[in-house]
Design a binder for this molecule. Sequence first.
Ligand SMILES: CC(C)(COP(=O)(O)OP(=O)(O)OC[C@H]1O[C@@H](n2cnc3c(N)ncnc32)[C@H](O)[C@@H]1OP(=O)(O)O)[C@@H](O)C(=O)NCCC(=O)NCCS
Length: 319
Amino acid sequence: MKAGVVGIGGALPETVVTNADLEARLDTNDAWIVKRTGIRERRHLDGGRTLTDLGAEACSMALADAGRDPADVDRLFVCTLTPDRYMPGLAPGIGDQIGATKAGCIDLNGACAGFLYALDQAAGLVESGRAQLVVVCGAEALSRITDHADRGTAILFGDGAGAVVVAPGDLDRGCSTFELRSEGAHGDLLYADGEERLMRMDGKEVYVHAVARMVEATEAALVRAQITLDDVDLFVAHQANARIIESAARRLGVPAEKVVMNVDMIANTSSASIPLALWHAERDGQLQPGDTVALASFGAGFTWGAGVITWKEHAQAGA
Ligand SMILES: CC(C)(COP(=O)(O)OP(=O)(O)OC[C@H]1O[C@@H](n2cnc3c(N)ncnc32)[C@H](O)[C@@H]1OP(=O)(O)O)[C@@H](O)C(=O)NCCC(=O)NCCS
């Protein structure tokens, strides 16, 4: 019995902040932002909706996509750096909103790599038989911890939520074992501390580590899954910025048509970025059931990781 991804959902706040909007209040410009990051716009959560609402929308959509009843969910993991309240976490409220009446619901904070860590946990629970149905959600309102006067970071981040449903099946691969790592010695290169609660970053250092670590982890994940790059249909890397993704893909040797890119529309949404990239890729027809997908992520900590999954393998088998 293996654990597979059987449903996907995403949700974005309505408010769009374009590069032109940032130009009006910061010493920056659209051409610089697009050239250095590939980002054209981002979404900000405002107007009364909570991050709980956004996460619940993504989770409900993922369960509907999987054709599963929320009342059957055993566990809900919500990855977030930016919960609505310091406590409780987002997960119990999201579980309540979606009707996951018998689920254990908890937040996990693995920064931008959180989603892959949580997906690995979900797969482990399902494969061990401890859970039959797990929802993994990344939900972030990074606008809450962005210094909107700092042009070095204010251009980079956005808000959003994405979710997947993980369930058991008689699958060839499902979610293969992930390669997960962390290196706390680099904690000062990207952080928001308890007092200030604003992201601070050494952009150049983060850039170099992000590319190198995602490449190493992806190579290790491919070896572990006993496949080569030729077997990979799609490379879905953390949508931090286009240059990081393109550089990692180039080093790995992944052709551009196999690289998912939605950072232009939503910027870096931290732990929501991988599920939102999968959601967009499927909606755009870039991702089909049965596809072999290499996932890679990197974030504050540093934490990072990579894994190989077969997309909706069940759906392809017609089960
Ligand atoms: C942030 C980042 C885009 C900056 O790009 P960069 O090429 O390293 O740019 P630099 O910081 O060297 O700055 C180059 C120049 O542009 C200026 N600049 C910085 N931000 C600017 C902005 N938003 N608009 C215009 N100019 C800007 C700098 O002040 C500097 O000017 P100077 O040469 O006169 O000193 C890049 O470092 C990056 O993408 N890092 C990774 C960030 C990330 O993804 N973090 C999250 C990971 S999970």
